[in-house]
Design a protein around this ligand. Structure first.
Ligand code: GRF
Length: 220
């Protein structure tokens, strides 16, 4: 059964584009039924429109509290009956109200090797800490910010001449655009789930996130 996917964005939408492409060519057995942005200027909106996907704009500025915003978010998304909710650069701290509505069905991508460097400015933090490696992580969303159970992590060696800008570009092109469509594809096929025992991938409970070697040829 083709999965109904909602993608939430705030920015450029490069991850969104990778998901659009993977749905279009059948690598993800799913259909993006809505792209929701909290920012009118998000570049990803045009990407969704070009692909003929419904766009919902829900500005946080119109709501007095996080709870009020998340209540509106839940009801706006419900109309599209998503099976999977994908946070793709959605720059909002979510309340349990929204997270609870999609428990076990919501993924996020974070530009660091979690649990290292949760929060913002991860590329700067990697350089300041002198980390030898950097990358990105796909994880299930739980109430802990950037702390939900991890699914897949991709990494690379930091070079002596890397800057926050080069790291951001490498994280995106070398890691994010590969691991996120892969994780969503697994979920759409029913091969990835969050169970009481933890993250289950291909019928096995993960003791650690899988790495780039788990990425199928079609997603590399
Ligand atoms: C990505 O680096 C993602 O990890 C972070 O925000 C960025 C989104 O970029 N949460 P884009 O909107 O997918 O281009």
């Amino acid at each position: 059964m083709t999965a109904r996917i909602a993608v939430l964005i705030s920015g450029e939408g490069r991850n969104l584009q990778a998901l659009i492409d993977a749905c279009a060519d059948g690598r993800i057995d799913g259909r993006i039924v809505v792209v929701l942005s909290n920012r009118a200027e998000a570049g990803g909106i045009a990407r969704a429109q070009r692909a003929g996907i419904a766009v919902e704009l829900l500005s946080h500025r119109d709501y007095a509290s996080r709870e009020a915003y998340d209540t509106a978010l839940v009801s706006r998304l419900a109309a599209y009956r998503p099976d999977i909710v994908v946070l793709a650069g959605f720059m909002r701290i979510l309340t349990p109200l929204f997270i609870g509505a999609y428990a076990g069905r919501m993924l996020n991508i974070h530009p660091s090797l979690l649990p290292r460097h949760p929060g913002l400015h991860t590329h700067e933090a990697v350089l300041a800490a002198g980390d030898a490696e950097h990358g990105a992580t796909v994880h299930f969303v739980t109430d802990e910010l950037d702390g939900g159970p991890r699914v897949i992590q991709g990494q690379f060696k930091v070079r002596a001449d890397d800057t926050p800008q080069t790291l951001a570009a490498r994280v995106m092109s070398e890691v994010e655009l590969k691991i996120y469509p892969q994780a969503v594809a697994w979920m759409a096929r029913g091969e990835l789930a969050l169970t009481a025992g933890g993250v289950e991938l291909h019928g096995r409970i993960l003791t650690a996130p899988v790495g780039m070697d788990a990425v199928e040829e079609a997603f590399r």
